[in-house]
Design a protein around this ligand. Structure first.
Ligand SMILES: [Zn+2]
Length: 401
């Protein structure tokens, strides 16, 4: 009988801890990670910005701790499962004969956390002496918008002391034979638009009514949606390549409310709008544009949630971290598909405070199954990821100050 690869063993152990919302088992996760840190000879620190929602920092102090450190981030929480839609127990981490490992979090993103750790195990075994300090970070609450997680963490005193100069975080699987590399994200904005007008009998033609005002205003948002949608379908970037979803601004009316019965004109009507603003759009100018659209019909705008940074991390030789990463990918013969992340990850909070960050989950030839039923990752692909970080991390750790 052959014993299972140590990396796969740890991966499956991690997957068996049910950290799904709404009640992630962060306590069990902490026990696992502390033991894992001891096993690899890493120091272990817990930062709790919100009680019961811990972030863990597993540190290998570099030979030159005065220069900035590398952050290797993995969120510990996962999204809930619909058990009846799964063909495997989502927290058993069953391994099929072909090596497919089924579990919630197998792609998003427990694989990556273990890959960092197993790369460090190999670096220790081979006597590597990294110059920069390495912090493997296991952070909570990413799947619920990072509000009690990274959003607070990056502003904590403990985080500042980590002296981070560059971060790696999650990406997505790629069905092609490449890795996806995310260098930016769109800024998510959620608005509630409320219109008010004359109320009365449904037979009358009063002006203005709340519903007329709301629809007239929403039509302006939808015209903008249409133009961005066209740009996505037929537009071309300056280099001739096609736009991807992350390159354009998306707008969706996600909530509509108003009225009580058919023959009563309501005095109030409202809509919820989800907007994801493309990188490098001037956010102040964008806000002014929205307010102009709303002014004519005296629509009240409630900014339910906004994000004020949509800068990107450079992917050219001006960025020494990019040069290092690209060099390793070239050496390993892996092409990188550069993209803007279409949704949101914790990377946005890292970039917001000025730390360059790339999102990458080294899974090629793999269907994108994050948040889906029967999420799985093949063991061979998983182990290739350990090889990738074993090559990459020492190079990042020795990038010149
Ligand atoms: Zn994730």
């Amino acid at each position: 009988m052959t014993t299972e690869h140590i990396a796969t063993q740890r991966f499956r152990e991690f997957l068996r801890i049910d950290t799904s919302h709404p009640k992630p088992d962060y306590a069990k996760c902490a026990v696992f990670l502390e033991k894992y840190a001891q096993e690899l000879g890493l120091s272990f620190q817990t930062i709790e910005c919100v009680k019961g929602k811990p972030a863990h920092v597993l540190t290998w102090v570099g030979s030159n701790p005065s220069i900035t450190a590398i952050m290797l981030n993995c969120h510990t929480d996962v999204v809930p499962v619909s058990r009846d839609k799964w063909t495997h127990d989502p927290f058993a981490a069953d391994k099929a004969e072909n090596g497919d490992i089924f579990a919630r979090g197998s792609q998003d993103m427990k694989c990556v956390g273990i890959q960092y750790m197993e790369a460090l195990r190999r670096m220790k075994a081979s006597g590597t002496k990294p110059q920069r300090t390495l912090h493997v970070m296991f952070t909570p609450e990413e799947e619920v918008a990072g509000i009690d997680g990274m959003k607070l963490l990056v502003h904590s005193e403990e985080f500042k002391k980590l002296n981070i100069g560059f971060a790696l975080d999650e990406g997505l699987a790629n069905p092609e034979d490449h890795y996806k590399l995310f260098y930016g994200e769109r800024a998510p904005w959620w608005l509630t638009l409320t219109a008010r007008g004359k109320a009365g009998h449904g037979s009358q033609l009063m002006e203005p009514t709340a519903t007329v005002r709301l629809v007239r205003t929403l039509n302006k948002f939808l015209a903008f949606r249409e133009s961005e949608s066209r740009r996505l379908k037929i537009g071309k970037k300056p280099d001739g390549s096609s736009f991807l979803l992350g390159d354009v601004t998306s707008t969706n009316v996600t909530i509509l409310k108003g009225g009580v019965q058919h023959n009563v004109v309501p005095e109030e009507a409202s809509a919820g709008v989800d907007i994801r603003i493309a990188p490098n759009v001037n956010l102040e100018a964008f806000k002014k544009q929205l307010e102009d659209w709303c002014r004519e019909d005296e629509i009240e705008i409630e900014y339910v949630s906004t994000f004020w940074d949509n800068t990107t991390t450079a992917t050219d030789d001006s960025n020494k971290w990019w040069t290092a990463l690209k060099g390793v990918a070239d050496k390993r013969n892996v092409k990188l598909d550069l993209e803007i992340f279409p949704a949101a990850t914790d990377s946005r909070f890292i970039r917001e405070i000025g730390i360059p960050a790339f999102g990458i989950s080294p899974m090629r030839n793999t269907p994108i199954l994050l948040h889906d039923h029967d999420e799985f990752l093949n063991e061979k692909i998983f182990l290739e990821g350990v090889d990738f970080y074993t090559d990459l991390i020492p190079v990042l750790a020795d990038v010149k100050a």
